[in-house]
Design a protein around this ligand. Structure first.
Ligand SMILES: [Zn+2]
Length: 467
């Protein structure tokens, strides 16, 4: 995709809203979606003078678990710092963040194609949000401030510039979302703003050691926008440099309607945030016993689990990948196998049908299909009934008289009738049209109220037609 002779160098800065009950430093609810503006606030998250923050222990634990899953090292001591800047969505005039002693650093994440080094994962608080739009009461010249989001726990994960393409950038974000969900750190829904991905992108001539000037990309609300935005930005920078121009160091936004990036603000020098230690919060001392406990609570992570499914069940790479995409899917698949189903059909059913039935009920249905008692259509019906009524599949098959007809005498009578009633198809088949047999199998299935075993029906038809 990138023009010959050029290489893209991409690092990722990702903000994750942690799924805690309360905000980072007060007891307001962390889930503010749908609340009326400024209804989910208190003096602490509104930044009133004289209030005291109290750190949310669960938020610290969610960062530590994520950091362990990202293979980071975790120092014994960490602290919060004030990051000072003025913006209307930040009522205190500073954000409580972490500067020189983050909760973790120096990890890595395998994304399928590439290994991306993690610089650090730290904890901070979210800001409020601004609404810049006119409505019936307010003209477009006004901005409205909503502090419902102010103080929601936010994890920042910074990567090294190890990514080389739009595909790799998307793979990284997808792998990170999967990990965050496995660990239980966040729902990480990009559309809801719970996962905010900001790539920084530069290009250089292939073989150069020196990094080019980078731009930072914001407002990416989907994986598709991330892919398109990075792709656009690489192409744009190559065009600028090939034409003898210079890339400006700036923050750029992604315009979804126009499918292009645009300059938001120039960033010619690093902003001086005058960080200093947060005087109202004690340092965080990470006791080794606490950390061991958190490590024990970690689930088996997607990568190792995929490899184990490949090894233990002889699944295809593609099946193992799909089954481990979400932890709940992998858990369900393994419960079906534990209930006695063969791995391969269990994988097919779980991936293709995503049944809502209990795992042991799916295992029972798979056994009924394997024994030839019911066909696949009937199996779907039984699974649906098992999911809605909770009844046992064997019982459902008996109650509904669903058992497939595999009996040759019973099926043979239907086959004979179908042959008599369809002389045209019989003549076609005898004239060499092989596909005519499929039509006859269909007629047999129809004549049996969909209960015929298709394989047996086909064999009986072939026998009678003399092949
Ligand atoms: Zn509050």
């Amino acid at each position: 995709m990138i023009s010959d002779g050029w290489e893209a160098v991409i690092g990722m800065e990702v903000h994750v809203q942690l799924s805690t009950r309360s905000k980072m430093f007060c007891s307001c609810a962390a889930d503010y979606l749908g609340a009326a503006p400024n209804s989910n606030v208190c003096p602490v998250c509104m930044g009133m003078p004289g209030v005291l923050p109290v750190a949310n222990r669960v938020a610290v634990e969610k960062v530590l678990k994520t950091a362990l899953a990202l293979n980071c090292s975790i120092p014994e001591k960490s602290k919060f710092d004030r990051k000072n800047y003025f913006y209307p969505d930040l009522p205190k005039g500073y954000q409580i963040s972490q500067y020189d002693l983050p909760l973790s650093r120096d990890g890595w994440l395998d994304t399928g194609g590439a290994r991306v080094r993690i610089t650090r994962a730290h904890l901070e608080e979210d800001t409020g949000s601004l609404k810049h739009a006119g409505d019936a009461l307010h003209t477009a010249q006004e901005s409205l401030v909503d502090l419902n989001r102010s103080g929601v726990p936010l994890m920042e994960i910074v990567s090294e510039p190890d990514i080389r393409s739009a595909e790799e950038a998307r793979d990284y974000a997808l792998a990170l979302r999967q990990l965050l969900r496995y660990v239980g750190a966040s729902e990480a829904d990009m559309e809801k703003g719970q996962l905010r991905v900001e790539p920084n992108i530069s290009v250089r001539r292939r073989g150069d050691d020196k990094l080019g000037v980078k731009t930072e990309l914001k407002n990416l609300n989907s994986f598709r926008a991330l892919y398109r935005g990075v792709e656009f930005e690489i192409r744009r920078q190559v065009e600028v440099l090939s034409g003898g121009g210079e890339v400006a160091q700036e923050t750029r936004g992604w315009s979804e309607p126009e499918q292009r990036t645009f300059s938001q603000r120039s960033k010619e020098y690093a902003q001086d945030y005058r960080y200093f230690p947060e005087p109202d919060l004690p340092p965080i001392i990470i006791d080794p016993g606490w950390l061991d406990g958190l490590r024990d609570e970690l689930p088996e992570l997607p990568g190792p689990r995929r490899l184990r499914l490949l090894r233990e069940h002889g699944l295809s790479e593609q099946d193992a990948r799909e089954l481990t995409a979400e932890k709940a899917t992998a858990d369900y698949f393994e419960a079906v196998v534990a209930a006695g189903a063969e791995a391969k059909p269990a994988a097919n059913w779980v991936i293709q049908e995503a049944p809502a039935a209990r795992p042991e009920h799916l295992a029972a249905v798979i056994r009924l299909v394997a024994a030839g008692s019911i066909n696949r259509d009937q199996a779907r019906e039984v699974l649906g009934a098992a999911a809605s009524t909770g009844a046992d599949p064997d019982q459902i098959v008996r109650d509904r008289g669903l058992a497939q007809i595999s009996d040759e005498a019973e099926l043979g009578a239907i086959v004979d009738r179908v042959l008599l009633e369809n002389p045209g198809a019989v003549a076609d088949y005898r004239a060499g049209k092989q596909q005519a047999i499929q039509a006859l199998v269909g007629k047999v299935i129809g004549a049996s109220q969909r209960r015929a075993n298709a394989q047996v029906a086909r064999r009986l038809l072939e026998e009678r037609l003399g092949t």
